[in-house]
Design a protein around this ligand. Structure first.
Ligand code: ZN
Length: 146
């Protein structure tokens, strides 16, 4: 199901801290498939659950439109490269706004996949940037704060 995306930087749902997922329930699986569908419908490259009104630690990233979305539940950044770069970012929750954001170029992130299996991913470039952007959403942080 395609869900409406929460917009506006003053929207309280985008400013609250999301909660960890305790169990990969059917509701969580449904949420994940809705998030992927919503992301595709908006031709986005990343989405965090709070953006569709669910204060839960679930993110999806899709740096390449022809590849499947990466799903991460309870993602935690374990390592970041010292090297950073500044790139202009946009956000589906802030239409018509872009802002330069400095982020490490490489990260190691740990979390659960859509089946609840523990995964550790080394990401760089665009994927690393999307993951960091989406994890910011879980703490109520938007690009305009950076
Ligand atoms: Zn965003």
């Amino acid at each position: 199901m395609i869900l409406p995306i929460q917009t506006n930087q003053d929207n309280p749902i985008l400013r609250q801290k999301a909660k960890e997922v305790k169990e990969i329930s059917p509701q969580i699986k449904g949420l994940i498939s809705d998030m992927i569908e919503t992301l595709k419908a908006n031709q986005g490259i990343g989405l965090a659950a709070p953006q569709i009104g669910q204060l839960l630690h679930v993110i999806v990233a899709k740096p390449e439109s022809d590849k499947e979305a990466l799903v991460l539940i309870n993602p935690q950044i374990k390592k970041t490269s010292r090297k950073k770069e500044i790139i202009e970012e946009g956000c589906l929750s802030l239409p018509n706004i872009s802002a330069p954001v400095e982020r490490p170029i490489k990260i190691t992130v740990q979390g659960l996949d859509a089946d609840g299996q523990s995964v550790k991913i080394k990401a760089k470039g665009l994927l690393a940037r999307i993951i960091q952007h989406e994890i910011d959403h879980l703490s109520g942080i938007l690009i305009v704060d950076k």
